[in-house]
Design a protein around this ligand. Structure first.
Ligand code: HMG
Length: 403
């Protein structure tokens, strides 16, 4: 293998969540379900709900703005701008173009959107990393944004697994937060109908229990491929997964990450596969349990949570990362934590951001969900807050620009 002369990875994160949320305890009570099913059985406490002035563009722009601001990156430093999403706002114009306009990113930039359910963001990340490794970036950085509104029908089994949010990843050589390990990646893709959203529907359709099995099958395949590509085996007396200091999995709900971790440890031959769960995965689930499934950004919210909530120093440690997109495409890959990464993520103040959100009653939540049906006809209003969705005039979506 050709050695790489520089490392490539994540230089900064930005995170955006909706301004409002729903308590799953209250949703369970309203649906006549034991709250423990949602809290313990699924592992989610609160679910972000996007209001009518928030959409995939506004979340993406806010997350990207934070990533650029927190790293003192200028718009002209960006040579590739990609949004991974499965809840785009237009069949043709990419979310990335709206973000380009809102952030003032210049014309000498490759701007587009990627889609493969929740895997779309990882596809963009790997593409951007290869672009930098190839030398084509010529010193410029890539801005990859994972942005989605996860939406199922009211009263469906998927309802407690909704959420909304965006995570922006600034990708560069000599990354300050996480260095991707080149070549250390395993893939598994297959043509399955576990979860999908037909062009005529705003709500996702899902074969729920089958989707859980597809996720686990894809994880087994991607993990086996990772091991085959790693060029190393487990040291005597250790398991292969012992080489990872912690894991972040795609988190449609916390229990899925628990099942994923059990699967990996079982494949490794661990007779007590749940024993390491809290130590190796617990910190990655704190933010997702307060936001819900954010589709493309879900794995990256788990990574941010891991860096934010881990008490010990992770510097120089290897993380195991698993991205899954229904349909399906999965990738298991790894990254090494850079000095100062945990402090940089903690400085984003995400706990305080989450604490400022407003709780919706179940009646308000249901009204918002019904309003979303008509959002494609939303008339212009004077929404003023930076990046807010203002409505549609002459078939064109408009957004409030930052002052
Ligand atoms: P369900 O049938 O309502 O729930 O649907 P269940 O009966 O399977 O129960 C869920 C868990 O709660 C079970 O635990 C129960 O035992 C437990 P498990 O057996 O799995 O360990 N439970 C309780 N625990 C404590 N106290 C109680 C209690 N009652 C039950 N009283 C399902 C669950 C996830 C299928 C549903 O919510 C759904 O369809 N969600 C959407 C699909 C989904 O999230 N799939 C995940 C894998 S696919 C994926 O991740 C891709 C995705 O992100 C999309 C993309 O790629 O774009 C979705």
């Amino acid at each position: 293998m050709t050695p790489f002369l520089f490392s490539v990875g994540i230089d900064a994160f930005g995170v955006a969540v909706p301004k409002t949320f729903v308590s799953l305890t209250k949703l369970a009570q309203a649906r006549g379900v034991d709250p423990q099913k949602y809290l313990g059985g699924l592992g989610t406490e609160l679910m972000g709900i996007a209001m009518p002035d928030e959409d995939t563009v506004t979340l993406a722009a806010r997350a990207a703005h934070q990533a650029l601001e927190s790293s003192n990156t200028r718009p002209e430093d960006i040579g590739m701008l990609v949004v991974g999403t499965e809840t785009a706002v237009d069949h043709s114009k990419p979310v990335a173009s709206f973000v380009q306009g809102l952030l003032g990113i210049g014309p000498r930039c490759r701007v587009f959107e990627t889609k493969h359910a929740c895997y779309g963001g990882t596809a963009a990340l790997q593409l951007a990393a290869d672009w930098i490794r190839s030398g084509s970036a010529k010193g410029q950085k890539a801005l990859v944004i994972c942005s989605d509104i996860a939406r199922y029908g009211l009263h469906t089994p998927g309802e407690p697994t909704q959420g909304a949010g965006a995570v922006a990843l600034l990708i560069s050589s000599s990354p300050r937060l996480l260095a991707l390990e080149p070549g250390q990646s395993g893939l598994c893709s297959m043509d399955v109908h576990d979860f999908w959203r037909p062009l005529y529907s705003k709500d996702a359709l899902v074969d729920g229990h089958y989707s859980v099995q597809c996720y686990l099958d894809a994880l087994s395949g991607a993990y086996a491929d990772y091991q085959a590509n790693a060029g190393t085996t487990a040291a005597p007396g250790t398991l292969f997964s012992d080489r990872f200091a912690a894991f972040a999995y795609h988190v449609p709900y916390g229990k899925m990450a628990r099942k994923a971790h059990r699967q990996i440890r079982t494949l490794d031959g661990d007779a007590t596969p749940d024993e390491s769960f809290e130590r190796l995965v617990g910190a990655s689930l704190r933010l997702p349990s307060l936001v819900g499934n954010i589709y493309t950004g879900s794995l990256y919210l788990a990574v941010v949570s891991l860096l934010d909530a881990t008490k010990g120093d992770l510097t120089g440690q290897r993380l195991g990362l698993f991205s899954y997109g229904s349909g399906a495409c999965a990738e298991f890959f790894s990254a090494v934590v850079q000095p100062g990464a945990q402090a940089a993520v903690q400085a984003l103040g995400l706990s305080a951001t989450l604490a400022r959100r407003r709780e919706l009653s179940i009646d308000e939540y249901e009204a918002v969900m019904r309003t979303r049906e008509a959002l494609d006809e939303k008339p212009l209003d004077a929404a003023k807050s930076a990046f807010a969705f203002q409505g549609i005039a002459e078939h064109r979506r408009t957004y409030a620009r930052p002052s």
